[in-house]
Design a binder for this molecule. Structure first.
Ligand SMILES: NC(=O)c1ccc[n+]([C@@H]2O[C@H](COP(=O)([O-])OP(=O)(O)OC[C@H]3O[C@@H](n4cnc5c(N)ncnc54)[C@H](O)[C@@H]3O)[C@@H](O)[C@H]2O)c1
Ligand SMILES: CC(C)[C@H](C(=O)O)[C@@H](O)C(=O)O
Ligand SMILES: [Mg+2]
Length: 371
């Protein structure tokens, strides 16, 4: 298969982790005889520095003409610490999601067997956890009217949803539940918010079309607690933009690190694959960022095009890296293994899965571990 892939590395650790995902996709292309053509473009703070815009037209044009986008991360402390900044890197990410119509954000979370001891949560609680969050991505409070009074002392953000916006992601979430464990939990705040009551009404109605799926409702405050008390109860979670953002970072604790959590942002015509984490500015250039979230986002890209065997090969290589402790310090605190070494290992394992010497890029595994 031939795929044109736009790569938007962005800021902070974005370029380092995206480089590993690209390396892994190149290994897959080589092994399976595919042609993946990569073209890079600017987004975020680097784009503001070079063009004045966080999502320049040139980047949009590239995204429009490619098959898929591999996104790194955006964000820079110089904007985070300046509430009056008029242009911000995050606007670039939001514009991309809105203008490409990426209304469904899929965030799979699971407790890796190899990492059960690494989570701050008890092993018995997270063992077997395997859930996926369907987060609405182009509506709600993120995109409603924003106001600030003339004296700068009152501000508001409108949290608005239409039935149509709810319906289209609800169908995607029910379909996902049908091929998983047939349970869907709608997470909302319907005891307080009118928009959440609309979510309940619309989703309850749609549930009649998916009789094989059990529908549950949970208020978001309780959901946040249940996520860490009893995560195995969840299969598919459906929620709005803001709640989905918050509970997905929380859910990453189950996996052991946010550096493992991938996502796919899907619309009718376009698809972007992005780790859920941000630009982790403190880690920029240090080689300590975990590239697996980006690498697994690349696997989701392949699945999107039906390349399931290829995606499975990536998962197998990632599993092997975790098993052999070829990991960055978020998982192994004293590890000296760098971002790019993890990428090298995973790419090499795809090239030579049967290498009995286990001698990948000077990472020797066995009695004498030399790195
Ligand atoms: N999708 C995105 O591009 C995205 C997502 C979230 C935040 N942001 C932006 O990123 C900047 C920093 O935000 P933040 O500090 O709140 O969130 P962050 O996700 O960048 O980092 C939070 C913490 O998560 C951990 N972490 C994140 N990525 C990791 C990785 N690959 N490997 C290991 N550990 C990792 C680190 O402990 C870090 O301190 C902000 O400007 C924010 O707006 C962007
Ligand atoms: C950076 C920010 C705009 C973004 C969001 O809130 O959607 C991020 O936190 C994410 O989860 O992708
Ligand atoms: Mg977030």
């Amino acid at each position: 298969m031939k795929l044109n892939i736009a790569v938007l590395p962005g800021d902070g650790i974005g370029p380092e982790v995206t480089k590993q995902a690209k390396k892994v996709l190149e290994a897959v292309a080589h092994q399976f005889n595919h042609t993946f053509i990569f073209k890079e473009a600017l987004v975020g703070a680097v784009a503001i520095d070079k063009t004045g815009e966080p999502f320049p037209q040139e980047t949009m044009d590239l995204c429009l003409k490619t098959d898929a986008v591999l996104f790194g991360a955006i964000g820079d402390p110089k904007y985070d610490n300046d509430p009056s900044a008029k242009v911000r890197p995050e606007q670039g990410l939001l514009k991309m999601r809105k203008d490409l119509g990426l209304f469904t954000n899929i965030r799979p979370v699971k407790a890796f067997e190899q990492l059960l001891d690494k989570s701050p949560l008890k092993k018995e609680i997270i063992k077997g956890a395997d859930l996926t969050i369907y987060r609405e991505l182009t509506g709600g409070i993120y995109f409603g009217e924003k106001k600030i009074s003339k004296d700068g002392k009152t501000a508001s953000d409108l949290g608005e949803y239409s039935a149509y916006e709810i319906e289209r992601i609800a169908h995607a979430a029910f379909k996902a539940a049908q091929v998983r464990r047939k349970k869907l939990t709608l997470v909302d705040k319907a005891n307080v918010l009118e928009s959440s009551r609309l979510w309940r009404k619309v989703v309850t109605e749609i549930a009649k079309e998916y009789k094989d799926v059990e529908l549950h409702y949970l208020f978001v405050d309780n959901a946040a607690m249940q996520m860490i008390l009893n995560p195995t109860q969840f299969d598919v979670i459906l929620t709005d933009n803001l709640f989905g953002d918050i509970i997905s970072d929380e859910a990453s604790v189950i996996g052991g690190s946010i550096g493992l959590l991938a996502s796919a942002s899907i619309g009718e015509k376009h698809a972007v694959f992005e780790p859920i984490h941000g630009s982790y500015p403190q880690a920029t250039g240090k080689g300590i960022a975990n590239p697996i979230a980006s690498i697994l986002s690349a696997a989701m890209l392949l699945e999107h095009f039906g390349l399931n065997e290829e995606a499975a090969v990536i998962h197998k290589a990632v599993d092997k890296s975790l098993e052999l402790k070829i990991s960055t310090p978020d998982i192994l605190p004293d590890s000296k293994i760098t971002t790019s070494k993890v990428g090298d290992f995973i790419a090499d394992y795809i090239h030579y899965p049967e290498d009995t010497n286990m001698n990948y890029h000077n990472i020797h595994i066995g009695q004498s571990t030399i790195i």
